[in-house]
Design a protein around this ligand. Structure first.
Ligand code: UDP
Length: 239
């Protein structure tokens, strides 16, 4: 509307692990915290789409290690993400009266809409939060990749990667106490330094298409809003 500064349309990628609060299943308290922050952002007029992981239920690679067929295990992983989507939808609508639509990459008409990019954009323009489930709908991919791909396809201006750490460090801060946080870094430098921001497929999609990535700590209240307002939060990865 011309009066907002910062981003008009973003894609927020949430890891599933956080949704579970460290356990299998959904932790309502975490979902409520996330829903409250998303609602606050949407009320400012920003458009927000969300991709949620499924690590709190199943990861295909882990099930494969325990003997399952990889593709089938990956489908289980994708179905897990849909449960997270429904949980977030519930909290956004019931507690915060924010209109939402869930769109899934695997069709399940009783539960959610199918992923239809132009319809997703229409929902966003109407102020609805669009929650994308089931990743990209294909085994051997990740929800990080879904985040990057959806961000590109719906014309988001940035990919917001919500993590359990403050951003991108020179080394793993849990292992190396001297690790330093980057406030800004280029895609190329992330590659050259061998830093991990997202998985390789997701990251190269962003780099090839100049999609900025903001990596920040989800557990710091207000961080989503700060990132959307364009304030410095966590690490900005930009070309
Ligand atoms: N998955 C998949 N294709 C996709 C997205 C996800 O096969 O496009 C599967 C994969 O098995 C993955 C699981 O779903 O391990 C859960 O997603 P992810 O690991 O990305 O969740 P997160 O780590 O973000 O919680």
């Amino acid at each position: 509307d011309g009066t907002r500064t910062g981003y008009n349309r973003v894609l927020l990628k949430l890891g599933g692990e956080m949704f579970g609060g460290g356990a299998v299943g959904v932790d309502p308290q975490v979902v409520e915290t996330v829903a409250r922050q998303i609602a606050a952002v949407v009320r400012t007029g920003a458009q927000m789409a969300v991709v949620i992981g499924g690590g709190n239920f199943f990861r295909g690679s882990e099930l494969q290690e325990r003997g399952m067929d990889r593709a089938r295990a990956d489908y289980m992983g994708m179905l897990g993400t849909v449960m997270n989507c429904l949980a977030l939808q519930d909290f956004l609508e019931r507690e915060h009266h924010i209109e939402t639509r869930v769109q899934t990459a695997i069709t399940m008409g009783q539960v959610a809409e199918a992923y239809i990019p132009r319809r997703a954009i229409r929902h966003l323009e109407k102020g609805r939060v669009v929650i994308f489930g089931a990743g990209v709908g294909m085994p051997y991919f990740s929800t990080d990749t879904a985040g990057a791909q959806r961000a590109l396809e719906i014309g988001a201006e940035a990919l917001l990667l919500a993590k359990g750490v403050d951003g991108v460090y020179t080394a793993d801060p849990k292992l190396d106490p001297s690790a330093e946080l980057f406030t800004e870094i280029t895609h190329r430098e992330v590659l050259e330094r061998g830093l991990k921001v997202a998985d390789a497929t997701a990251f190269s999609l962003c780099m090839d298409n100049k999609m900025p990535i903001i990596v920040f700590n989800l557990l710091t209240e207000g961080n989503i809003a700060r990132a959307v307002r364009g304030e410095r939060v966590g690490t900005l990865v930009a070309t």
